[in-house]
Design a protein around this ligand. Sequence first.
Ligand code: IDP
Ligand code: MG
Length: 146
Amino acid sequence: MAIERTLSIIKPDGVEKGVIGQVVARFEQAGLKPVAMRMAHLSRAEAEGFYAVHKARPFFSDLVKFMTSGPVVLMVLEGESAVAKNREIMGATDPAKAAAGTIRKDFASNIEKNTVHGSDSLENAKVEVGYFFREIELHPYEWKKA
Ligand code: IDP
Ligand code: MG
């Protein structure tokens, strides 16, 4: 086990449903510490670049349209096994298949509008964090939780 960093995005549907706070609370409660956070309204080029690995998939243009439809929250989460832990808290891509108590089960509308993004490997996490954040925009700190 090791301390890792992973990229999390609260997608436009999550922002519009008013669950930013609830999503962040779940991460904090699970030991995933936000060390960078900002809102953005992605341009088409930014969304296409971020999802470049999915360029050949049939849902790519709809995905880009959705991800640029409204503001998102970009976050870097830090913690023990952060990449896998975040994926566990998020739940399966399709909310209908997501486990009880996961973010996608509780908040997502469908397989596209599924509330959150999370890096799927440590290697991709490094690329995705670097896509949106510079090193000086990451702010590590110690928790002194009550
Ligand atoms: P993930 O977000 O769980 O890692 P990926 O397969 O990487 O899932 O897909 C990226 C995003 O593309 C999904 O989160 C979802 O928004 C969208 N997506 C994935 N599969 C489909 C699909 O079959 N139809 C429509 N959108 C999809
Ligand atoms: Mg993915």
